[in-house]
Design a protein around this ligand. Structure first.
Ligand code: ZN
Ligand code: MN
Length: 471
């Protein structure tokens, strides 16, 4: 199987690609259909498009962030076809001279990233009529095309996820697939040798999971056709989410069908002559990318890869972790802090339906708590109890809570021994059962010790002592 991906992402600019209409694609509230439109994006005769500089900048940022080639000369072309969602009868896109070419993401080589305009949104599920909303017509769209170098659905999904993260880190697009802000199309072919088979394009994929399922389905379908001695038809297929299968939509167009030619209404761009697009200007506005952040976290903090991935996809958690780590001395404490963040704090957040909520926990209080745990003053259950109290709004410091609530871990052998003797005295039946061979009762005694000490006894020390006493 060989896979190439085409990914369209709406850019989160203020206005549309070639007119001053509001780009409402990322608005939180619902926008009335056909309210953000004008003669330009409605394709009226005699109107003139104007290039959105911010949209060009955003595509250049992506190109530069991944070390791809930035075009010096670039231009826009007309891609001609008829459909009600394309009011001009053509889409303004880039054909011969894309803004960005080459580069790679997650080890997958890119062919290009070019800039174009989105189409209107049509709905065909409204009874006997179809409806078209032109708010989306003319929204800036970055189209990325990979080389056909992907060979599994996992690799394809990993690439798409990594690209989504990059768009979000660069604040170029919100890239939400469910909302259609990022749309993945898959080109798949199968072959038993090094040559390429006939490729089939699959559209209408609105989640990573669907992309993976569509690839796996298409692989099986094509292999079966070939094994039956039939041939694969070059076509565009849709993904049916309900039937979990692809279906034929139309025969594939070739570039010739679109009669591309340079748009005479728009100026050619010489990128090197635009000061705002110079290397140094772009460098100023490009933040740390996910892959650089990964490297830095691994080098500076030496935490688990799975923790790093949590901080890559959950940026707020990552920022909190970094603040805490800067307050801690030593590798071990930093790793402990990361464990509590990725399991406990994120667990508490998820219970509230949030991806990350540090609650009332300041980095300082949390660092103090982790340090106490590192010193052996707190058991893991004591640490967790205090973490939950402060997270939920307890204003006391970790030290105050530990002292006032009796959570300081007891390592004092004499004191623990006294407590263990008391437990043995109070549970004569369990003691005789234990002595007659029911050794699993040891856990019961340890539990009693934890209960008696409100979790403040060091369980390992307690276990040792009660074992000796029982003997
Ligand atoms: Zn407009
Ligand atoms: Mn396109």
């Amino acid at each position: 199987m060989t896979i190439g991906l085409e990914i369209h992402a709406e850019l989160n600019t203020k206005s549309k690609m070639f007119c001053s209409c509001k780009n409402s694609s990322f608005d939180k509230e619902e926008v009335l259909p056909n309210t953000n439109i004008c003669p330009v994006c409605m394709g009226y005769p005699g109107t003139l498009p104007v290039i959105n500089k911010e949209a060009v900048r955003k595509v250049l940022m992506v190109g530069k962030a991944i070390g791809a080639n930035i075009a010096d000369f670039t231009e826009f072309d007309r891609k001609n076809y008829f459909y009600p969602d394309i009011p001009k009868g053509y889409q303004i896109s880039q054909y011969k001279y894309p803004l960005v070419s080459g580069g790679s993401i997650a080890g997958v080589k890119l062919t290009r990233i070019h800039l174009e305009e989105d189409t209107a949104r049509s709905s065909h599920d409204t009874g006997s009529v179809s409806l078209v909303d032109y708010n989306r017509a003319g929204v800036p769209l970055a189209e990325l095309v990979t080389e056909p170098v992907i060979h599994s659905s996992e690799e394809a999904m990993n690439f798409a996820r990594e690209y989504q993260l990059l768009l979000q880190y660069l604040n170029v697009s919100d890239a939400n697939m469910e909302k259609g802000e990022m749309r993945v199309e898959v080109n798949i072919s199968v072959s038993k040798d090094e040559t390429f088979g006939t490729k089939v394009e699959v559209k209408n994929i609105n989640s990573f999971k669907a992309a993976g399922k569509a690839i796996d389905y298409e692989f099986k379908r094509q292999v079966q056709l070939l094994e039956e001695g039939k041939s694969v038809v070059q076509e565009t297929r849709g993904w049916d989410e309900n039937k979990n299968s692809t279906f034929s939509q139309r025969a594939k167009e070739t570039a010739n069908d679109y009669r591309y030619f340079p748009d005479p209404d728009l100026p050619k761009l010489i990128i090197s002559e635009i000061p705002d697009f110079s290397d140094s200007e772009l460098s100023k506005i490009i933040p740390e990318t996910p892959s650089l952040k990964r490297e830095r976290f691994s080098k500076d903090f030496k935490i688990k890869d799975s923790d790093i991935e949590v901080y890559i996809s959950n940026r707020e958690a990552g920022e909190f972790f970094e603040e805490v780590a800067s307050l801690l001395n030593g590798q071990q404490l930093v790793q402990t802090a990361s464990n509590y963040i990725t399991s406990n704090i994120i667990g508490l957040s998820k219970a509230q339906g949030l991806s990350f909520n540090k609650g009332s926990l300041s980095p300082k209080a949390f660092a103090d708590l982790v340090a106490m745990n590192g010193e052996g003053e707190l058991s893991s259950s004591g640490t967790k109890t205090i973490l939950e109290l402060i997270w939920g709004g307890d204003k006391r410091s970790p030290k105050e809570i530990a002292l006032q609530d009796g959570l300081i871990q007891k390592n004092d052998v004499e004191e623990i021994k006294k407590m263990a003797e008391k437990i043995i005295e109070n549970n004569p039946d369990s003691v005789s059962e234990y002595k007659s061979g029911k050794e699993s009762l040891l856990q019961f005694f340890v539990g009693q010790g934890m209960k008696e000490s409100k979790g403040s006894v060091n369980p390992e020390v307690f276990k040792k002592i009660i074992l000796e006493l029982l003997k």
